[in-house]
Design a protein around this ligand. Structure first.
Ligand code: AMP
Length: 321
């Protein structure tokens, strides 16, 4: 705890050295990416009203209920300290301009630290979410970084998002403790949970298709390929498929699964999930990474998808031995 507080103080000390702070997160964001980014932004705006605190990254209307992004000029970018939340590796950072090697930057993340970066790197893989880390930072730093209603709201959204509403095993007693502290602030937490389960009509129709079409092997490996044609037919974007990732796992007997989303350029984004077997090693073998039970990769052909599924089959077989 003391060591953590020290590390959080080191982050704050570095932030104090700069007038401009730019907070970034990963490409194809999810509620935790936006929640941790915006939550840190709100905490810093409250603590340092004289500083310029901005959020950057591609804008996604589906996440405007959490936060919207700021416009950044190249000059501002060059003068800013970058704080990157929820992003394991450099290529996945959603940045408006390339980051030069000598740019001052800080990493705050909860993914396995396979590709360290940043002048300061704070990685806690036991945290359910990057939002949990940002909230913990405020709790441990107390008056040095006080919590606000606005920060509590977006951090809570990030935690709810990454834990599947406190469902996934990454949810710990600390997660509940932090969430319980956040709901002491003034915001409508049930509104946020409702937002998370309310999906656009097109996405729900595609969910119906997935419930019908998902393939399940004898050993409990589930899979579905969402082609560009299917996405167009249902009017659903690649980023919106994040709302459907848990569907195969709701089938009895499914142990691990992949949703393979064809991209406009032809390759497949693989959304991989597991209820037990550790799958991020499979993801790494296919150009990806992520958490032990929630990972992602890229497959460049239907054959490569079959390879991933075969590796899942072997994992399930080895795990049940
Ligand atoms: P997703 O299915 O996009 O929600 O991703 C699940 C987890 O896997 C996230 O925590 C990501 O950080 C990680 N991930 C997804 N795609 C990649 C990738 N191409 N490379 C490394 N990690 C990834």
């Amino acid at each position: 705890m003391e060591n953590k507080t020290k590390q959080f103080h080191a982050i704050l000390n570095k932030i104090e050295d700069y007038d401009k702070i730019l907070i970034l997160r990963h490409q194809n964001p999810d509620p935790d990416a936006i929640g941790s980014q915006a939550g840190l932004g709100e905490l810093l705006k409250n603590r340092y009203p004289e500083k310029s605190i901005k959020l950057a990254g591609k804008s996604f209307p589906d996440f405007h209920y959490i936060a919207e992004m700021d416009e950044i000029s190249l000059e501002e970018f060059q003068e800013s300290l970058l704080v990157i939340t929820d992003t394991a590796n450099r290529p996945r950072i959603d940045t408006p301009f390339p980051i030069k090697d000598n740019h001052p930057w800080i990493k705050i993340d909860h993914h396995p630290d396979d590709e360290p970066y940043g002048d300061i790197s704070y990685v806690d893989t036991t945290a359910s979410s990057a939002s949990e880390i940002i909230a913990e930072m405020s709790i441990l730093l107390g008056e040095d970084l006080p919590m606000t209603d606005a920060a509590a709201q977006v951090l809570y959204a990030g935690i709810v998002g990454d834990t599947g509403r406190f469902l996934y095993p990454s949810t710990t007693s600390k997660t509940f403790m932090i969430a319980s502290k956040l709901v002491e602030y003034t915001f409508d937490h049930s509104d946020i949970s409702n937002y998370m389960i309310t999906r656009p009509i097109a996405v729900n129709r595609l969910a119906g298709y997935m419930y019908q079409e998902v393939k399940i092997s004898v050993s409990g490996v589930a899979s579905i390929v969402l082609t560009q044609e299917i996405l167009k037919q249902f009017g659903v974007s690649d980023i919106q498929t994040s709302m459907l990732v848990s569907i195969p796992g709701t089938f009895e007997a499914v142990v691990c699964w992949g949703i393979f989303v064809e991209q406009a350029s032809g390759y497949y984004r693989c959304r991989l999930r597991s209820k037990g077997p550790i799958i991020n090693q499979v993801a790494k073998r296919h150009g990806g990474g992520g958490h032990p039970l929630a990972a992602g990769a890229n497959a460049y052909s239907l054959e490569e998808i079959q390879e991933i599924l075969q590796e899942f089959e072997e994992l399930v077989e080895n795990t049940s031995k």
